[in-house]
Design a protein around this ligand. Structure first.
Ligand SMILES: NC(=O)c1ccc[n+]([C@@H]2O[C@H](COP(=O)([O-])OP(=O)(O)OC[C@H]3O[C@@H](n4cnc5c(N)ncnc54)[C@H](O)[C@@H]3O)[C@@H](O)[C@H]2O)c1
Length: 336
């Protein structure tokens, strides 16, 4: 649209991940695109400030600096922040909302990829794939490798889902389709909502005690931070399986390490307190843990969907139409 300036606050590798040629061409049709100079870090407030000087819209990738009062003061035209990821908390500020900078995000784009990876991790844990793989790679004899703990099928299993969020709903739909019975903990899920999803609402303690698989899908909020500690882990049955594709802050990692070292439970983890996961981290040596490097959302389709959402939201914004993925200040209390 003529006169519109769109700043892209993301390094080249992140831009390429999200925007293929057609996506990038579509962005340039929406406005004049400004990029940070190669090598400049958009996490640096001074770099972001220079980038936003005449911008009407900013497209953010991970690691961009927040819209501090200083950045906003130097960006008088800025009216929309469109984030390629889900959580906008690292970028928005009370001042940016007060200044009327609207905010949108592409969390919906990731939900399917994360839900499907959580399913893949669930199936891998149920079938002991991580233990077999670990045993064969570390050179134990065939008979020892075969003598893994009992494996179970998903059909008929009880799966506990913490958070009927976007990723949680995708995951629970997939496991239900494969025959699992689903328990959910979510203070925002009504009885009617649970009925429509075909799940049972329970307390956290009940979910932990009854589930063979527990999959975490809650956002990080004061009430969810470290919601799974040693007391909660102790409620899990022997042989229970924990999947975390959400955030490590939901779990007391030291308590989880103790539980895993005991061999009583198995886990699949995509998220960690320290990322990158240190090369000498004890998780890496445990046969009962399946590890992935925070890549649950990283499918080709998920990244392209995110770009499509961002492009469509900018287009709607420029046409004066309602945004479909807008984040308002009041949403920040129930989302990550
Ligand atoms: N591993 C990855 O690559 C990846 C990618 C995307 C999201 N995530 C993480 O996955 C988690 C879920 O993301 P999302 O986009 O599905 O979340 P979301 O923004 O949809 O979550 C909001 C929902 O969480 C539920 N909720 C709120 N408070 C809760 C509570 N106290 N207990 C249980 N449920 C509660 C409510 O249903 C609310 O609507 C987040 O922690 C997010 O950071 C990870």
């Amino acid at each position: 649209m003529s006169g519109t300036v769109i700043a892209v606050a993301a390094p080249p590798e992140v831009r390429e991940l999200f925007f293929d040629q057609a996506g990038w061409a579509a962005l340039t049709r929406l406005g004049e695109v400004r990029l940070p100079p190669d090598g400049d870090d958009v996490g640096d407030e001074a770099v972001l400030t220079r980038l936003l000087t005449d911008a009407d819209v900013v497209v953010t990738g991970w690691g961009a600096a927040p819209l501090t009062p200083a950045v906003l003061a130097a960006a008088p035209r800025l009216r929309l922040l469109a984030h390629t990821g889900a959580s906008v908390k690292p970028f928005v500020t009370p001042e940016s909302f007060a200044r009327g900078v609207r905010v949108t995000q592409a969390g919906d784009a990731m939900a399917y990829a994360v839900g499907e990876q959580a399913l893949a991790l669930t199936l891998a844990l149920l079938h002991g794939l991580h233990r077999f793989d670990h045993a064969l790679r570390t050179g134990v004899d065939w008979a020892t490798a075969k003598a893994a703990p009992p494996r179970r099928e998903l059909r008929g299993a009880t799966v506990g889902v913490i958070g009927a969020s976007r990723t949680g709903r995708t995951y629970l739909g997939l496991v239900r389709a494969l025959g699992a019975r689903v328990l959910v903990v979510d203070p925002y899920l009504s009885a009617e909502g649970a009925g429509a999803l075909g799940v049972e609402r329970v307390t956290l303690d009940e979910l932990l005690a009854r589930s063979l698989v527990v999959s975490l899908h809650a956002p990080v909020l004061p009430e969810t931070t470290r919601m799974i500690g040693s007391r909660e882990l102790a409620l899990l049955a022997d042989g229970a399986l924990l999947v975390n594709t959400a955030r490590s802050a939901l779990v007391d990692e030291a308590a989880l390490l103790t539980a895993l070292r005991s061999g009583r439970i198995d886990a699949a983890l995509d998220v960690f307190d320290a990322e990158p996961l240190p090369v000498d981290h004890p998780f890496r040596g445990l046969p009962n843990v399946l590890l992935t490097p925070h890549e649950s959302a990283g499918t080709v389709q998920s990244r392209r969907r995110a770009a499509e959402i961002v492009l469509a939201e900018i287009d709607r914004f420029l046409r004066g139409e309602p945004l479909r993925h807008e984040v308002r200040p009041e949403h920040l209390d129930s989302t990550g």
